[in-house]
Design a binder for this molecule. Sequence first.
Ligand code: ATP
Length: 376
Amino acid sequence: MSTAEKPKESLAEALQRVYPELGAVRGAATEPVYLVGGAVRDLLLGRGRADIDVVVEGDAAALASGLGAEVVSHDRFATAKVSLDGHEIDIAAARTESYPHPGSLPVVEPAAQIEADLARRDFTINAMAIPLGAETGLIDPHGGQADLAAGLLRVLHPGSFVDDPTRALRAARYAARFGFELEPETEALLREADLESVSTDRREAELLRLAREGEAPRAFALLAEWGLVDLREGGVQLVADVAAMLESSPWGEFARRDRTLFAAALGPSGGEEELAKARPERPSEAVALAVGHDPVELVLARALGAEWLDRYLGEWRKISLEIDGEALIAAGIPQGPAIGRGLDEALRRKLDGEISGRDQELDVALEVARSGDGVA
Ligand code: ATP
């Protein structure tokens, strides 16, 4: 071996380097305990830290209290969340899950061994465990390591998407994130997945998780390609355009990325298409059009071609009057709708550059407020 070549790091060494705090879990455990799920997958991929999920063949709450860490939450014996050296760790007792009918929530039962817990998982790449105590290496009953190397997503059994169709949405998330393909039999099963059998809440929660991915546009495109979800017309392009827009300011800070990408892909239209067609001639018209639309709709309308919204966002929406209702009351206008009419007209003229400064604002507002029908 040349001196330039680094010896390959063992799994135990990688574990110690990436998750040093797991030493404490190993020390506190009186029953076999394992790192599972995404953290194992990402460790094998060399992707650094992930959320930590630990499974114990026994009592999760006992392990949590044995750790002496802050217990953030717990659910009797089955799960606990602790904070250790500033990192949250989810601890769960090993369990099996069965589905009384397609798309239902699972019936959960304790399992004596880790293998049963791994068998309830979504894809082989997520169904591996690393024992924290013993010298044994990776526990990989379903060939996850080989699928990771081959870049394949594979379900553990043919009924997987029938039990839980949200796994099909998860597949798009992982395929986009890692650039993985569906193993052919998994693809055939996935194309049959019936997302209608899952509650709207669960479906939306999983789609929002997908929308949080860096590669969300690709993930939505995959869902459409697999025939799982009907995107709005032009949705693949729109979601890509919106994602690009949200990369930088000012639009990047304006709306929540996940909700906006979700709406870009799936709609329903909240008036953004109509807004995108409008061609306001004056700033006051632009403001009147934009006010009342939420940030998501404004981002979508901009991506659909309403270039004037750049100036709305950057300039016009920030313009306000120097005067307020008190100034009109002090000048003798009685409380009532005339005050609002006066202020609105002053703002309209200010936006359109017809007046400037406090005195002119007050003159216009008073003139309108005093005139009978509110029109100057
Ligand atoms: P991410 O990197 O996106 O957080 P993750 O693999 O950590 O991915 P989680 O949703 O946090 O994903 O779930 C943790 C683990 O629980 C998964 O790795 C998988 O083994 C299992 N899991 C989660 N959801 C399901 C599901 N719907 N069906 C089967 N197993 C699931």
